[in-house]
Design a protein around this ligand. Structure first.
Ligand code: BGC
Length: 811
């Protein structure tokens, strides 16, 4: 079996007691938690972004007949590819069926039948090889005459454009992927020049080129994202106004790919220099290139109009409060998202023209109805990190002197100043230590914003500061004191759970082999210790641990559902969920998902995906939330709270700077410490400090020369030391072999455990074997070798996780 398949569809192959349970699960029916379908549908609908709606064409109703073009109406892309989307949904709603099921509209039956027949004759490949999935499907050819014939039956057309991307491969800068194909262009041309009204639905996981939405005569454009099993019904809800359009973009849509700041520095096989530094997405466009924005960050139309007004900005005790009154001034119900941005003074560090500081969404407001929202943020959280020492405070977050303007609006571009806070003199907000800085031999020039002679902003380039810290010294200064070994005293983990013994008493009993077994999974995906199709098991991976009460925990992918052999709900993609700007809804959805996990046998969901959408081509952007770290952090925290509310575990991933799929297991993300902290780590920081995930997953890539799964600076110094994370850290699936450059006695698992990357997942050293490589224990007791204290520290992290995860399955 291909390991990447995680056993989906594979028969249970063990006859012991565990396997009996596995068989039961595999043959389970299509049960999903009550309310799951409705909540998925609502979330997918709230995530639909209305980009254009000339003359208020939408919502449609009154039994209007729609001529639906595009084969994706049937072969709808409901999710992206790879581990993050590979679930077996109990049902799927495509757009055509959902339109047919709606009472509000009719579908031109003749055209629909023609598409169905063509799709049957030209089926999409049922089960493509891993990494070779289609980015789009060939379109049914239609002549101008064909289209004209349909237009004689109804004035209203809808064209669906579909795209997908996924793991292990980027979206491509070519027709059929980022760009339209000639067939799609012909279709859009014929339809938009023939029909009185043309609506376009873009079904995609990634941002694609949308410059064409301005080229053709289109009345309405919906960016629907990939909405999971309820995709079709969610789009129809918005088309017909059952759910008022209200989604907002979580990434900037530029007028051309070349204008993204990462273009030219993305997709490198060996490394990528993050030359744009903190100027990612709208931070770049609003500061340096506003003219290249097609649809700004935070943008999205509704079916009504709102007056959004601040009632004055106050600042007390470091907290900035922006009360906002939102009034529905239009004729239909709707929701609005109030967005507060900050424009910080350039000072010596240079700052983006604006960055998101807070947001809040209204409930559905009837015409004339209003709502007071209170947006707040901590001024300290808008500080900048000085990684070069230009302010005299190297390795510190600082608020440079000047006025911090507060802007309010409903997207980044339209936000206007509504107040501000004066910082009279530079203030150091947090002193930290240098981490993960660029290696001296790999420095490069990074973009900085400066005040020009005329007081405006000009772009400059400075060399990124190089690393100055000795990791060896840092590790040696912090080696944990070992517990004295007691041998087996009969204390079980249940005794600890029951409050009859403390964890260290339990831990002191464990021998080397048990400690080693806690630091890895049980080697394989589709572990016999868990439900079929799981991603692997950890914790009680060997009988002697299980005999001491250490349960095996089952991990499953995420984020779009529970990746098991049985049927499980397919959730809207990460981007769709973030586009709701509704963390309460995202939390509620994940609470339902947790119920489903408990029934179907998952303890740890490998979700949320929290990497920053640095570049629109990244194959896994659909799993991620946004180009903005605050929105990413808040959505990640909402997901974690939902998954964990009843005792299960979430696993935010991939920590960190996993921003591309090309050569993802080897390429080096070369990025300044400032950009790391302000952009790429910030979302994780918000999630960890506000939602306390029980686990976290490192990334495949290197971060300034060190693989994520060996990164002591990121995992021990930042994640645990600065943010107080006390759960277990696991690797992404399968590691790269390496010798610790600072302690050459350590290789592979020992190098990893020294960093406190606790669990090697799924555990084996190589995809084709089912064993470890002996690397963890071989240096134990040698000078500079792995220490008992370190083994016990990692075991403690894992045991704490096992203790914190509730055991019972329901259902
Ligand atoms: C992916 C992870 C996933 C893991 C287990 C890896 O290839 O990068 O996101 O959780 O596989 O399937």
């Amino acid at each position: 079996m291909n390991q990447r398949d995680a056993g989906i569809g594979a028969a249970a192959h063990s006859t012991d007691e565990l396997a009996q349970g596995r068989v039961r699960l595999q043959s389970q029916d299509r049960w999903i938690p009550e309310g799951m379908g409705e909540t998925c549908r609502r979330a997918a609908a709230e995530g639909v972004v209305l980009l254009k709606n000339d003359d208020a064409l939408l919502p449609v109703g009154g039994s209007a007949t729609i001529a639906v073009f595009g084969r994706v109406q049937r072969d709808y892309f409901t999710v992206g590819y790879g581990s993050g989307g590979d679930v077996r949904p109990p049902y799927l709603w495509n757009l055509l069926d959902a339109l047919r099921a709606s009472d509000a509209v009719e579908v031109d039956a003749e055209l629909a039948a023609r598409y169905e027949a063509w799709c049957d004759e030209h089926p999409v490949e049922a089960d493509p090889e891993w990494g070779t999935w289609p980015r789009s499907h060939p379109e049914m050819p239609l002549t101008a005459d064909d289209v004209a014939a349909v237009a004689r039956r109804t004035p209203l057309a809808l064209v669906v454009v579909g795209r997908s991307a996924g793991e292990a491969r980027e979206q491509a800068l070519e027709p059929g992927s980022y760009h339209l194909t000639d067939d799609e262009r012909d279709l859009l041309h014929h339809v938009s020049t023939t029909f009185e009204h043309t609506i376009v639905v873009v079904d995609t996981g990634n941002v694609i080129d949308l410059a064409w939405t301005r080229e053709y005569d289109l009345d309405a454009v919906l960016l629907a994202w990939q909405g999971g099993m309820e995709s079709g019904r969610a789009v129809v809800d918005v088309l017909t106004g059952v759910v008022p359009a209200g989604g907002k973009l979580t990434a900037t849509i530029a007028d051309a790919y070349e204008h993204y700041p990462s273009a030219g520095h993305f997709g490198g096989e060996d490394f990528n220099e993050y030359v744009e530094d903190v100027y990612v997405g709208y931070r770049y466009f609003e500061t340096f290139a506003p003219e290249h924005v097609l649809y700004p960050f935070g943008y999205g139309l509704g079916y009504t109009t709102f007056d959004v007004r601040s009632a004055g900005v106050t600042h007390e005790g470091g907290i900035v409060v922006v009360p906002v009154d939102v009034v529905n001034t239009g004729a239909r119900e709707g929701t609005e998202v109030a967005q507060v941005y900050v424009r910080a003074p350039h000072g010596l560090l240079g700052r983006p023209a604006r960055h998101l500081a807070a947001f809040a969404k209204t409930r559905v407001l009837a015409p004339g109805e209003s709502q007071r929202l209170e947006l707040r943020f901590d001024l300290d959280d808008v500080a900048a990190y000085d990684d070069a020492g230009v302010t005299g405070h190297r390795s510190a977050y600082v608020l440079e002197a000047g006025r911090y303007e507060v802007l309010l609006g409903t997207d980044v571009r339209s936000a206007t100043v509504c107040g501000g806070v004066d910082v009279p003199a530079l203030r150091v907000v947090r002193r930290l230590s240098e981490v993960a800085a660029v290696q001296p031999q790999h420095t490069f020039e990074r973009l900085v914003a400066r005040t020009g002679d005329d007081g405006g902003t000009v772009a400059g380039y400075d060399e990124v500061p190089a690393s100055t810290v000795s990791r060896r010294d840092r590790v040696l200064a912090d080696l944990p004191v070992p517990l004295e070994r007691t041998g087996d005293r009969g204390v079980t983990l249940d005794d600890v759970a029951g409050g009859h013994a403390n964890l260290d008493t339990f831990l002191a009993q464990l021998d080397d082999d048990e400690l080693e077994a806690l630091s890895r999974g049980d080697y394989v995906m589709d572990s016999a210790l868990g439900a079929p199709g799981n991603a692997g098991a950890l914790g009680g991976t060997v009988a002697s641990l299980r005999g001491k009460g250490v349960r095996a925990l089952t991990t499953t992918d995420g984020p779009a559902g529970i990746r098991l052999a049985t049927y499980t709900s397919l959730l809207p993609s990460g981007t769709a969920l973030a586009s709701t700007w509704n963390p309460a809804l995202v939390e509620r959805l994940n609470t339902l998902l947790a119920q489903e996990m408990a029934v179907k046998g998952s303890h740890v969901l490998l979700a949320p995906g929290m990497n920053i959408q640095r570049d629109p081509l990244c194959g896994r952007n659909f799993e991620y939330f946004s180009e903005d770290p605050l929105l990413t952090g808040i959505m990640g925290a909402a997901t974690v709270r939902g998954i964990q509310h009843d005792g299960l575990a979430a696993c935010p991933k991939h920590f960190a700077a996993n921003n591309q799929e090309t050569n993802r297991e080897h390429n080096d993300s070369r990025v300044s410490e400032r950009a790391l902290r302000e952009i790429y780590l910030r979302g994780f920081e918000i999630c960890v400090t506000t939602a306390a995930p029980r686990t976290i997953m490192t990334s495949y890539n290197k971060i300034n020369g060190t693989w994520g799964h060996y990164h002591h600076d990121l995992v021990t110094t930042v994640l645990r030391g600065e943010w107080g994370f006390d759960g277990a850290v696991m690797t992404d699936w399968w590691l790269r072999e390496a010798v610790d450059p600072d302690f050459p006695q350590l290789r592979n698992d020992a190098y990893r455990v020294r960093a406190q990357v606790d669990v090697n997942m799924p555990g084996a050293w190589g995809r084709e074997v089912q064993t470890g490589d002996g690397s963890l224990l071989e240096s134990l007791g040698t000078p500079d070798g792995i220490t008992l204290g370190e083994l016990q520290r990692t075991a403690r992290n894992v045991l704490r996780l096992v203790l914190s995860v509730r055991a019972q399955e329901r259902g």
